[in-house]
Design a protein. Structure first.
Length: 198
């Protein structure tokens, strides 16, 4: 499957030093094709600066959201080679997050809550299918590493007579201030879509 996105982003990536991009992101560079290879959610993607396209080369876990190409190319330009902290932030704890993550940019964790209702077993199976690792938070929680230097945690609370089931996505503190908020949003939307469809 091939994706087309704004040529400006490819031109910006093409202007970067390949060795610097690979050192930061953990991707591979093909000089002959002027292309980067990145593993994201277990699938390999080819980012071609020459053709200005992103191709999904494998299909291992689940169907990606349409925002994935936006995340991938911005990830290649923005992420830093920082150690994961194991400390979790909500999207609104990030600089500018309170203003950005609302309205059309609200993270759609409601997809997960409505998909699983009070089915913790189903939630667990979906998370484990996506290589999630259990985390001791909420009624159930899982950690995912969809790309190098990226860690997200999905928390789930059962509902009762007063409160509906609830899900929340958290981000490793190392991501704060490194990825642009719209890049974080693209990652979050894709994560919610994957778990709710698995």
């Amino acid at each position: 499957m091939s994706y087309e996105i704004d040529e400006i982003l490819f031109n910006s990536l093409a202007g970067r030093s390949p060795s610097e991009v690979c050192q930061r992101t953990g991707c591979r560079y093909d000089q002959a094709g002027n292309s980067y290879y990145l593993t994201y959610w277990g699938d390999e993607y080819l980012v071609s600066c020459r053709r200005k396209k992103i191709d999904r080369l494998t299909s291992n876990l689940s169907k990606p959201h349409d925002y994935v190409p936006v995340f991938i190319i911005n990830y290649l330009m923005q992420v830093k080679n920082l150690p994961l902290t194991g400390q979790w932030l909500s999207e609104k704890d990030m600089p500018g997050g309170v203003t950005f993550f609302r309205g059309p940019h609200e993270i759609p964790t409601r997809l997960i809550a409505s998909r699983f209702s009070n089915d913790l077993g189903g939630f667990a199976r979906s998370c484990e299918h996506l290589d999630g690792r259990p985390l001791s938070m909420a009624d159930a929680a899982y950690v995912f590493n969809p790309a190098p230097h990226i860690a997200i945690a999905l928390l789930y609370w059962l509902g009762d007579e007063e409160f509906a089931p609830e899900a929340k996505l958290l981000f490793d503190k190392s991501m704060s201030g490194t990825l642009a908020l719209d890049t974080v949003f693209a990652l979050a939307v894709d994560a919610c879509a994957r778990v709710s469809r698995s």
